[in-house]
Write a protein that binds this ligand. Sequence first.
Ligand SMILES: Nc1nc2c(ncn2[C@@H]2O[C@H](COP(=O)(O)OP(=O)(O)O)[C@@H](O)[C@H]2O)c(=O)[nH]1
Ligand SMILES: [Mg+2]
Length: 350
Amino acid sequence: MVSPTWQVSPGCCWWLPLTAGSLQSGCMPANLTPQYRGAEAKLRAARTPEERRQVLEEMLATIPKHKGTEKMQAELKRRLARLRHEEETRGHKHGHAIKVEPEGAAQVVLLGPPNCGKSQLLAALTRAEPAIADYPFTTTRPQPGIMYFEDVQIQLVDLPPVAAEHLDPWLPGVVRGADAAILVVDPTSTAVPEDVEVVRERLAAQRIPLVGELPIDADPRDTPLPTLVSINKVDLARDEDLEVLEEMYAEFPLVRVSGLKHLGFEALKVALWKRLQLVRVYSKPPGKPADMKEPFVIPEGATLLDLAGHIHREIADKLQFARVWGGRLDGQRVARDFELRDRDVVEIHA
Ligand SMILES: Nc1nc2c(ncn2[C@@H]2O[C@H](COP(=O)(O)OP(=O)(O)O)[C@@H](O)[C@H]2O)c(=O)[nH]1
Ligand SMILES: [Mg+2]
């Protein structure tokens, strides 16, 4: 017996009967248990794809495993696979499934229109090996890599382009989670600066304005992202084009680089470090040399007490004072509210 509902296309048949009657081959009895029958009823009642997936999993777990139910088992597996796949791609669409685990002292996203050289920059500044090509949309997923700046590690994340006709739905979520952005501008592009403006406008529309300086009175619904503008491909660019762009983006810290020829990298790293507004300090156990290999990285303006809390809650609780080396200080005692500076060596007494 074939029910007429089997004519429905596979894309929307989740609710079709999955019973011995509809699937049983020949006259082999299926001997379905009450538990399985109960699950069938649940499947009909399920409203969301997730509920349907859970019920199908239950059905697959409880279906009697013998020859008489083989076809049903296969059908259950097929439907489950499809639902799982749908769930996964839906996740991607809504930005839930794509996340970049932060690593190092800060996470910095590479933003820009197609072909401006984002992937080339990532490849040149880190050990990551992204696909680089002279056609648009080579990059389809976030690609992280670690860039070294002196003794600090900064995570760079290469992203697909943002364009008028293209914005990956998950991309704003990833960008919102970053500490800063490098906006890559290609001065040799015939579409510049309109294509760069599209990037800024589309992100602003997602409530992520790219900013040179963090505004004091930002709209609380916005996540302004500190941004460094990196004018790329200077090996090809004409001077007058570089100057026009620099004037245009004067509100941002600016650097001229070439991802291909490795030009301007030191300036880029220094400007980025400044833009991140972080300081690194080295800890020193009393009576022993400082650990100069792995600095603690804390926000600019952080105090001795903040550092103690960053290291361990208990240290913050018991903190008495610290001795600091750096600047004019040469081991003098400082109090809890002392603002630490880049490269200070700190001996905590707790
Ligand atoms: N001359 C020159 N070409 C570059 C530079 N950076 C990238 N390119 C080229 O520009 C094209 C696009 O680079 P890609 O990194 O894939 O761009 P993306 O789409 O922004 O990731 C490739 O053909 C690169 O070789 C650069 O600094 N100088
Ligand atoms: Mg790319």
